[in-house]
Design a binder for this molecule. Structure first.
Ligand code: FES
Length: 218
């Protein structure tokens, strides 16, 4: 199977815009992998070939990169890709219980999608959001301070088509494919939308300011 002519034409147009941002063509490989993922919901064989052709490198080089990074998927993910952080801090704060209960509730495991294509799950490594542990992400937007119950409610709401807002970032979730398109470097102009990290993230800064502490001179 290859991309239909109109899809190929659109992808080429987008790929050229992305490649134009880099001094060396091959440097655009990571964003191009997100671009093809935005088309198929994963990095398909066609996607690998497309990247190789656009960048003038071998398909083996493309596959070598795409199979290294966990954000590039080898099979279709759900419309809502739900990650549960199971790294040390989130795990001890309840991330392991969230994963166990959520996986059983949804009926799929790591990097697997439900039969209706709505939800996929991933065991995530640290999202650098430990101050809000245990943390989950849906299509890479943060859901802070979760519990097994809130996690199950979240996926039920997503499956029921209810409006769901991340703790931080845009008030409305986009799909996994749309999120992949943004990650390719084609913005949706929502980068500054919604609340950003605050509260617990700023406690250390407040203490430093109160004590007059500064970063050491370089
Ligand atoms: S351990 Fe979960 S965000 Fe850092």
């Amino acid at each position: 199977m290859t991309y239909a002519p109109e899809v190929r034409e659109r992808l080429e147009r987008d790929a050229k815009e992305i490649i134009g941002k880099y001094p060396k063509t091959r440097s655009a490989l990571l964003p191009l992998l997100h671009l093809v993922q935005s088309e198929d919901g994963y990095v398909s064989d066609d996607g690998h070939e497309f990247c190789a052709e656009m960048l003038g490198i071998s398909k083996a080089e493309v596959v070598g990169v795409s199979t290294f990074y966990t954000m590039y998927k080898r099979k279709p993910m759900g419309e809502y890709h739900v990650g549960v952080c199971i790294n040390a801090l989130c795990a001890v704060m309840g991330g392991d219980e969230i994963w166990d209960e959520l996986s059983e509730h949804v009926g799929v495991g790591h990097d697997e999608a439900t039969a209706d294509g709505k939800i996929s799950l991933e065991r995530l490594e640290c999202n650098a959001a430990c101050d809000f542990a245990p943390v989950m992400m849906v299509n890479w937007e943060f859901f802070d301070n979760q519990t097994p119950q809130s996690a199950k409610q979240l996926v039920d709401d997503l499956r029921d088509g209810k409006s769901v807002s991340p703790t931080r970032g845009p008030s409305k979730l986009c799909s996994f494919k749309q999120a992949s398109r943004v990650l390719s470097g084609l913005p949706d102009d929502l980068a500054g939308d919604g609340p950003s990290a605050a509260g617990a993230s700023l406690e250390g800064l407040k203490v430093a300011k109160a004590n007059g502490w500064k970063a050491p001179e370089a």
